[in-house]
Design a protein around this ligand. Structure first.
Ligand SMILES: NC(=O)C1=CN([C@@H]2O[C@H](COP(=O)(O)OP(=O)(O)OC[C@H]3O[C@@H](n4cnc5c(N)ncnc54)[C@H](OP(=O)(O)O)[C@@H]3O)[C@@H](O)[C@H]2O)C=CC1
Ligand SMILES: CC(=O)N[C@@H](CCC(=O)OP(=O)(O)O)C(=O)O
Length: 342
């Protein structure tokens, strides 16, 4: 199978490229770039590819369709909303790592992303691919979930499905390493500002809130809101979502543990710790989500500690998981990974 990557110079694109090279089902990876007029060696686009002789071709949708079986867009929000149409018209498989097709309602997209949406008819062709817990209804356009959203949704799913918490009291304190912000420099990601520091950003207005809400509502339609905060932490990769929920009367710690165990029984990429809380380091470099639980019998609050590698489980790895699902490859093709330790 031949696959295309758009966005190879970006953080998610380069991780995707690395993982796809080890995917047993892939014969050729073709790379296309949006602002070149003729083919150039990959090494001319970014210094990390100095020793690669591979060629990169100019972006052209018809060429991509002709030369490949699927395309991965590792591009910023606002790109696929403009470029998706020819692929959707041709029912050509797309794995879109951006947020452009995650929300079904165009008004919601414009509210949270502050830019024009893709047309509604195109949005309807897309499927929100939370790869561990959802089943593709047969759509060829996969909207890969956001990184924070992935860690939060996997942490909350068993509780929502079992209606075991007070839905008015879901408080999420999510923390991410800097690679989550992509390669573009900003005031908050500047070394001097980010290093030795903690920065809360986008309080109550993070764009992952609506995609989290949409999925939570599918599991439990009674849920109406979450309290969601994001903090920038000075390490490269990793997300820890500390989720605080008030447990309903009559629900015991043993019942909670059992709910998590049952939901993730057949999901090898999601691991629930028996009696410890996971750290970010143990998942960095892998496609895994590790979850730990800590119940306080005095307050009846449960802490769900959910950690992922934002670049793999939160982006490129989950994109490959979705690709494997779409083409019926083994779940771990391209994803047999071990953490980067120490
Ligand atoms: N980083 C992360 O942890 C996660 C990222 N994502 C999503 O994945 C996508 C990529 O993220 P990330 O790699 O961090 O972003 P980067 O900013 O690091 O990279 C973006 C890439 O998109 C390319 N690009 C920019 N504009 C265009 C355009 N108009 N047409 C085609 N390509 C374009 C850039 O190429 P060039 O510089 O050559 O223009 C670059 O290769 C984003 O939508 C992001 O939100 C999702 C989950 C987690
Ligand atoms: C640390 C950091 O800045 N993280 C990014 C989220 C990365 C991600 O998942 O992005 P998309 O939803 O755009 O795909 C942010 O908060 O916007």
């Amino acid at each position: 199978m031949n696959v295309a990557i758009i966005g190879i110079t970006g953080y998610a694109g380069m991780v995707l490229f690395g993982l796809l090279q080890k995917h047993p089902g892939i014969i050729k990876i073709n790379i296309y770039q949006h602002d070149i007029k003729e083919a150039v060696p990959l090494k001319t686009l970014a210094p990390q590819y100095t020793y690669y002789s591979k060629a990169v071709k100019p972006y052209d949708s018809q060429t991509i369709i002709d030369e490949n079986d699927a395309v991965f867009f590792a591009t910023p929000a606002g790109v696929t909303s403009k470029l998706a149409k020819p692929f959707i018209d041709a029912d050509f498989p797309v794995i879109d790592l951006s947020g452009d097709f995650r929300l079904k309602d165009p008004k919601e997209y414009e509210k949270w992303y502050h830019q024009p949406t893709a047309p509604q008819a195109e949005l309807e062709q897309a499927y929100y691919g939370l790869a561990d817990l959802t089943t593709n209804p047969g759509k060829n356009y996969v909207a890969n979930p956001g990184c924070y959203a992935t860690s939060v949704l996997l942490g909350l799913a068993p509780l929502m499905m079992n209606d075991s918490i007070d839905l008015d009291n879901i408080v999420i304190d999510a923390k991410s390493g800097l690679s989550g912000a992509g390669k573009k420099l900003s005031d908050s990601s500047h070394f001097v500002q980010a290093n030795d520091n903690l920065q809360i950003y986008k309080p109550n207005e993070h764009k992952h809130i609506p995609e989290i809400m949409a999925m939570l509502k599918q599991w439990n339609p009674k849920v109406d809101h979450i309290q969601f905060m994001t903090t920038l932490v000075p390490f490269n990769r990793g997300i820890m979502s500390s989720i605080y929920v008030k447990v309903k009367d009559g629900v015991t710690e043993a019942m909670l543990k059992d709910q998590f165990a049952k939901v993730y029984k057949d999901h090898p990429f999601v691991k629930v710790a028996d009696d410890s809380l996971p750290t970010v380091k143990e998942v960095v470099g892998t496609n895994e989500c590790h979850i730990g639980l800590s119940y306080n019998p005095v307050t009846k609050y449960l802490l769900v500690d959910s950690v992922i590698d934002n670049m793999i489980k939160g982006a490129a790895g989950q994109a490959i998981q979705n690709f494997n699902l779409l083409f019926a490859y083994d779940a771990d093709y391209g994803l047999k990974l071990t953490p980067v330790l120490p």
